[in-house]
Design a binder for this molecule. Structure first.
Ligand code: SF4
Length: 87
């Protein structure tokens, strides 16, 4: 592998994503519909089609597909979804 590939923007994004996934392995996805205004940002951003909007609220429709990348938590403007530590 060329060194320049390691330090490119895409290379950095891949490393950060891997770190986030590893850190999130002992976490579970939680959504609180009462905070959700149904904007759909999280549904559009999720790379694994885990989320859906039902009755104008986010629902975790496909939890087994979640890779715990944290994109939904990071981008939700209403803090209505998050990864929670599992004991
Ligand atoms: S953590 Fe990632 S894969 Fe899981 S629901 Fe959120 S955006 Fe989708």
């Amino acid at each position: 592998m060329k060194m320049s590939g390691l330090f490119s923007r895409k290379g950095t994004q891949n490393i950060v994503e891997l770190m986030r996934c590893n850190m999130a392995l002992n976490k579970k996805l939680v959504a609180d519909p009462k905070w959700c205004k149904g904007c759909g940002i999280r549904v559009a951003l999720c790379p694994k089609d885990v989320l859906a909007i039902t009755k104008e609220k986010v629902v975790i429709s496909n939890p087994d597909n979640c890779i715990k990348c944290g994109l939904c938590e990071l981008r939700c403007p209403d803090y209505a979804i998050w990864l929670e530590e599992v004991e």
